[in-house]
Each structure stands twice: as structure tokens, then as C-alpha cells.
Design a protein around this ligand. Structure first.
Ligand code: GLC
Length: 459
């Protein structure tokens, strides 16, 4: 303990203590002020906290195969966890594209505010945009500085833009593919899938004959021939692979060309003459019946979209591990062709919850969600960066191998009267493959009808 020898010493000591205390207090005060100032200035510098989207419920309309709808439920759950303010109600649509379209045309033409957000077939995005049912996404994109360079520019320009505004974004891109049974081709002495339609017929006849001995339900080739949009997709692949088309470059119909008559005759012959495709091709065969026929082990070749890959290789699939994918065959002298399909997401122009709908669109288009579609559903993602992901390459190697097929896929005519055009093609081509009309006669009639449709629209 300190000892003092005089009163003055005590006074000096006390003065020093007081001085040091004052210094400490001053220092502490300075520290507090600095902290406060730093906090204030930092708060002033950071971006203002974004206004969260207000509490909202949006209706999302989607359909497809049941595995796809199940998957959408999972996407919605994840979105709601990340966005607790927004509830998404799934409005279930059917499988086929026309009926899916109808369930949207009714509310949109009645200017109803729901569904707020929906998927659209690439075949009718243009028509929806021209009807002014799709909210332009441009303002949302610039507000969020949203990066559009991850998408295929061609798709945004040709499929998703209308009158200079972006109306939709691609969720997945479809293109027609040939699925084949690797084990059966090997069993019958073939090393590679067919290059031409003639090769396909020969292989299918031989394998069908052999397999029928133990399985009377076995077919060489299954494809989409029912009177619906899927038939137009298959028809386009047959005619383009024979050098034909529906319209020429100036938009004039060329549907009754000699090459097209030859291609439709071949479609009919697959059923009637070569007998490698079942008679229910023209009454029942849409994507799902075609897929299940092949998947249950009852076909050698199948024409379908990429979604079938994931299902064929599911654990409970009888053909798991035995399936190969190749470009569709072509006619001698022609080139293989795949129809461009796919589904795009858009927003109802009358929606009262557009901010919430935009948040949902961004979530669906995020890298993780798009990667999930490729990994779990076998879809070709609408974003190009997902194709280079190592997990995706390992799970769906064909995405890389068949990139040329996807990039070169042939679009259906992008005309505002597409629905009418398609309806006429479906009717006449279906009559021809069902043997109710001669192929030439059917295509001549289709040509006349398409001319009339075009005249009505162009005045
Ligand atoms: C697929 C395609 C779509 C096409 C439809 C025909 O869903 O993605 O573009 O119109 O099949 O059935």
C-alpha cells in the first residue's frame, strides 16, 4: 500500500488519479462515438434493404406427366420456404398441350387475374403474346439487374420476345429423339441404331418377328399418331427428313410437295404395310402411351421427348440401363430432323400479384432449380450454364452428346394463326395414316385449307 509523507504528496496523488480517470472516460466516450458514427455511416452506405414482397398468394398453372407434377410440388415447397410471404397454389392442368392451352385461354380471354403465372408450349407463346395476355418482363429484369445471358439468345429472340418486349423465359427445351433397346439390338446382331428410315424398318421387322415368339404385344416402332399437336411434331420430323416442309421461306404453304406425300405414305406404311407400328397409333398414341409401351418392354424403338429418359431409367423401370438415345432416322438423301418443342414460363398481364409472380419465375429459372429439372426429370434446361455442370453431364450424358440435335431442332411455323394451321394438319395427316384418305389427296386438301386460313389472316 502506498505511503504518504506529507499533505502535498496526498494532493498530488489525488490530482493524478483524477486526471487518469478523466482520460479514460474521454477515451471511452471517443470509442463510443466512433462506434456510433461508424454504424451510422455504414448504414448510410449499404443499399437500402429491399422492400420484401408483400404477403401474397399466387396461382401457378402447370400440367404434364404425373412424375413432373409431383416434382413441381417439391419446387413450390422449396420456394415457399425461401419466400415465407408468398403462397403458391398449384392449379393442375392436363397432360396434352391443347387441353392445357384451353384451360388458360378461357380465363385470359375473360381478363381474369388468375392463374398469375403458367407454363406455355413454345408452339403457342407467340399467340399468347399477340393476344396481349402476357405481362412484359422487361421492367422486372432491369429493376433486378437480372442476367439474361445465361439463356440461349436465339430462344429469347425467337420464342420469348414479342414487339421488342420479353414475354416469357424458357424452362425447358424439347426436341424429338429416337430411343432404342441396346440389349435387343445386340441380341439380333446390330451394333448401332438405324441411320435411315429404311434401316429402322429392317431392324424393327427382324427384332419384332423374333420377340413375338415370346411376347405377342411386341412392336418394332412406337410414335405419336393420334389427332393432336404431337402428330404435327412427328409429321414435321418425317417430312423435313425427306427435304420437305409445311411453309416455304416466304410463308407460302408447300405441304402437298412430292417429298411430303412420300413421307406421309411412309408413316401410313409403318402401320399398314410394314406392320411395325400398332394400329392404335392413329387413335391413341400420344407421348405417355408411347412411353409406357416402350418402358414395359413392348417395343424396340420409340420416338419421344427427353422427359422419357429419366422415367426409362427409374429404379422401377423394366428397361432401366438398356436404353440408348440417337437422332431420329432420315430418308435416303435427307437429313435427320427433330421438332423444336419445350415449355416457357410467363405471367398473366391481369395478375394482381406480379411482384410475387416474378419472384417465383426467378426461382424456377435459378441455376439450382434448372439443374434439378435436368437431374430428376431429364429435361433439357432452358439455361445454358446447366449443361456444363459435371453432375448433369454424369446423370444425363446425352445432353452433351446430342447437343447438335437440340441446337438444330426445327421450329413449327411461328405464325399467329398456328392453332388453325395445326388443326388442319392434324386432321388430314391423321386421316391419311388411318387409311381413310389417300396421302396425296389428304395433303392437297390440307394445302387448300391452309391457303384459306392464311388469306383470312393476311386479308
Ligand atoms: C411436348 C413439347 C411441345 C409439343 C408437345 C406435343 O410437350 O414440348 O412443344 O407441342 O409435346 O405433344
Amino acid at each position: 500500500m502506498k505511503k504518504f509523507s506529507s499533505y502535498n504528496e496526498i494532493k498530488k496523488f489525488l490530482r493524478e488519479v483524477i486526471f487518469i480517470r478523466a482520460k479514460i472516460i474521454k477515451l471511452a466516450a471517443t470509442v463510443v462515438v466512433v462506434i456510433l458514427l461508424t454504424t451510422i455511416s455504414f448504414t448510410g452506405c449499404t443499399k437500402p434493404v429491399e422492400k420484401p414482397v408483400e404477403k401474397a398468394t399466387i396461382v401457378f398453372a402447370v400440367g404434364g406427366a404425373s412424375s413432373e407434377v409431383d416434382y413441381w410440388h417439391g419446387v413450390i415447397d422449396k420456394f415457399q420456404t425461401a419466400n415465407p410471404n408468398i403462397t403458391v397454389d398449384l392449379l393442375l392442368q392436363p397432360m396434352e398441350t391443347e387441353t392445357r392451352m384451353q384451360t388458360l385461354v378461357t380465363p385470359l380471354s375473360g381478363k381474369e387475374s388468375t392463374p398469375d403465372v403458367f407454363l406455355m408450349d413454345v408452339a403457342w407463346v407467340g399467340q399468347f403474346a399477340a393476344s396481349n395476355w402476357l405481362a412484359p418482363l422487361d421492367d422486372f429484369i432491369s429493376k433486378d439487374n437480372y442476367d439474361l445471358s445465361v439463356f440461349f439468345k436465339k430462344t429469347l429472340d425467337f420464342a420469348d420476345s414479342y414487339k421488342g418486349k420479353l414475354r416469357a423465359l424458357p424452362v425447358y427445351i424439347d426436341s424429338g429423339l429416337l430411343y432404342y433397346r441396346k440389349d435387343l439390338l445386340n441380341k439380333y446382331g446390330y451394333n448401332t441404331p438405324p441411320e435411315t428410315w429404311d434401316d429402322l424398318v429392317k431392324m424393327a421387322q427382324k427384332v419384332q418377328e423374333g420377340e413375338r415368339k415370346s411376347n405377342s404385344n411386341f412392336w418394332g416402332y412406337v410414335w405419336q399418331g393420334k389427332q393432336y399437336e404431337g402428330l404435327v411434331c412427328d409429321f414435321l420430323e418425317f417430312i423435313v427428313s425427306n427435304g420437305g416442309n409445311i411453309l416455304d421461306q416466304d410463308g407460302n404453304p408447300v405441304i402437298n410437295s412430292q417429298n411430303n406425300v412420300q413421307a406421309v405414305t411412309f408413316m401410313r406404311d409403318l402401320i399398314n404395310k410394314y406392320k411395325i407400328s400398332p394400329p392404335n397409333t392413329y387413335t391413341e398414341m400420344t407421348e405417355e402411351p408411347v412411353r409406357t409401351t416402350f418402358q414395359s418392354g413392348n417395343a424396340l424403338f420409340e420416338r419421344n421427348w427427353p422427359y422419357a429418359w429419366g422415367l426409362h431409367n427409374a429404379d422401377d423401370s423394366p428397361v432401366k440401363g438398356e436404353v440408348g438415345i440417337a437422332p431420329l432416322p432420315h430418308f435416303a438423301g435427307g437429313e435427320s430432323a427433330a421438332t423444336l418443342g419445350g415449355w416457357h414460363i410467363g405471367m398473366n398481364i391481369y395478375s394482381k400479384n406480379q411482384d410475387a409472380a416474378w419472384e417465383f419465375i426467378k426461382f424456377v429459372e435459378s441455376f439450382d432449380t434448372e439443374k434439378g429439372f435436368a437431374m430428376n426429370l431429364g429435361w433439357n434446361p432452358g439455361r445454358q450454364d446447366v449443361y456444363d455442370d459435371p453432375d448433369v453431364i454424369a446423370k444425363a450424358p446425352y445432353l452433351k452428346d446430342l447437343r447438335a440435335v437440340f441446337i438444330g431442332a426445327v421450329p413449327r411455323p411461328g405464325v399467329p394463326y398456328y392453332t388453325k394451321l395445326s388443326e388442319a394438319i392434324q386432321r388430314y395427316v391423321n386421316s391419311a395414316i388411318a387409311g381413310k384418305m389417300d396421302p396425296k389427296d389428304a395433303l392437297d386438301k390440307a394445302q387448300e385449307e391452309i391457303k384459306t386460313i392464311i388469306a383470312q389472316y393476311t386479308g
